[in-house]
Ligand binder design. Structure first.
Ligand SMILES: NC(=O)c1ccc[n+]([C@@H]2O[C@H](COP(=O)([O-])OP(=O)(O)OC[C@H]3O[C@@H](n4cnc5c(N)ncnc54)[C@H](O)[C@@H]3O)[C@@H](O)[C@H]2O)c1
Length: 361
């Protein structure tokens, strides 16, 4: 589809070439993939985040820092994030830094709210001081909606909520984003703020704890059974490059078209890829072979949503964005990524090939 002579629906490398992009959370799983993709398209990238929190981690394994300015800092430090962003003076800001784990949010609610809510306030305050920034995206999650445990996908104008501290903190980040848009980014025609709500992201290079695919791979590698809390929980699973492509398409539209795109957007998989945990487990067990198996965790665990999916009709229709890789293929890509990593291959090159494959598929 063409809009004003520009291609939309697909990531457009010529838009990103030469753009200055500030990414918070660039040392994390999604941030590392996004930084590599932006570098590959010729953007000038600066990242601001804490040190990677796992060993190994994608940021180090794929040498993400080699082609960008990487600053280690806390988004809770308003002065530091402000001076980091202002000195770079970006054209585009993508805010992904967060405490993103549901289980950790039960153990560390104060840290979770401080990072996800006040951290978002600080990042948006810093953006107010930048004279060039035109497109700003706050990354939240499918969990920002009040979960009604119904069978329908959540739409962008459904009620924001959240049962556990993580989900609720991301709901709060949505409210902060909406208030900043109305209060500070609406009366000028120079900067536009949107939020993006993605599904459960999976892909090569995630070593976080308490996430399904990393937990499965860790257990398989160690020859252990995978212990599963909630095999019937159904989630909108998607390859990491899917929502990232959505953020990039949205940012370009925001940059050119402004207000019409300055709102909340869902980026999830097609309905048929909203599968229960047990489906992924069984597929991965059969792909891995080698006696891999799983069992139910009988302990009582904190509440997690049972059924969750996103209605992405708005992104399909207005951005012409579509998910490309279905879930079964995504699991194959992850297994291949992991095999290459275990063989000691150059994972920077492998990630770039994966990005190019995704772009061209
Ligand atoms: N992974 C998923 O399934 C998923 C799904 C939907 C939304 N998200 C959102 O996407 C974003 C990235 O998630 P991820 O999976 O890459 O997580 P991650 O844990 O791999 O990365 C989080 C990043 O945030 C940074 N960070 C955390 N606290 C910080 C602080 N106080 N100051 C500065 N930086 C800080 C970390 O250093 C890291 O770079 C998050 O906003 C998350 O909520 C993730």
């Amino acid at each position: 589809m063409e809009s004003m002579g520009r291609l939309i629906g697909k990531v457009n490398p010529s838009f990103w070439k030469g753009k200055k992009v500030f990414v918070t959370g660039h040392t994390g799983f999604k941030g590392s993939w996004l930084s590599l993709w932006l570098q590959d398209m010729g953007a000038t990238v600066k990242g601001y985040a804490l040190e990677p929190h796992t060993t190994p981690n994608l940021f180090t394994v794929a040498k993400v820092a080699d082609n960008m300015v990487s600053e280690i800092g806390d988004i809770s430090d308003l002065d530091k994030i402000t001076s980091s962003m202002v000195s770079f003076n970006p054209d585009v800001l993508i805010h992904m830094a967060a405490q993103p784990l549901v289980r950790l949010s039960y153990l560390e609610p104060v840290l979770t709210y401080a990072t996800n809510v006040m951290g978002t306030v600080n990042v948006l305050e810093a953006a107010r001081k930048c004279s060039h920034v035109k497109a700003i995206i706050t990354v939240t999650t499918d969990k920002c909606y009040e979960n009604k445990e119904w069978v329908w996908g959540y739409r962008e104008d459904d009620t924001i909520g959240g049962h556990d501290p993580y989900s609720s903190s991301k709901g709060c980040a949505e409210l902060v984003t909406a208030a900043y848009r109305k209060s500070f980014f609406n009366n000028s025609n120079s900067r536009f703020l949107a939020s993006a709500r993605a599904g459960n992201v999976i892909g090569g290079g995630d070593w976080s704890t308490d996430r399904l695919v990393p937990d499965i791979l860790r257990a398989f590698e160690n020859g252990e059974k995978v212990i599963i809390r909630n095999p019937l929980a159904t989630r909108p699973w998607q390859h990491v490059l899917e929502p990232l492509s959505g953020y990039l398409v949205l940012a370009e539209q925001l940059y050119h078209e402004g207000t019409a795109f300055a709102e909340g957007w869902n980026f999830g998989p097609k309905d048929e890829d909203c599968k229960p945990v047990s489906w992924i487990l069984n597929k991965m067990v059969s792909k891995w072979g080698n006696g891999a198996t799983w069992e139910l965790d009988e302990n009582s665990n904190p509440h997690e949503a049972g059924f969750l999916k996103l209605d992405c009709s708005k992104a399909f229709t207005r951005l012409n964005w579509q998910p490309k890789w279905h879930l079964e293929y995504t699991l194959e890509r992850i297994a291949l990524w992991h095999e290459n990593y275990l063989c000691g291959n150059d994972m920077l090159q492998y990630c770039l090939l994966e990005i190019s494959k995704y772009q061209n598929d």
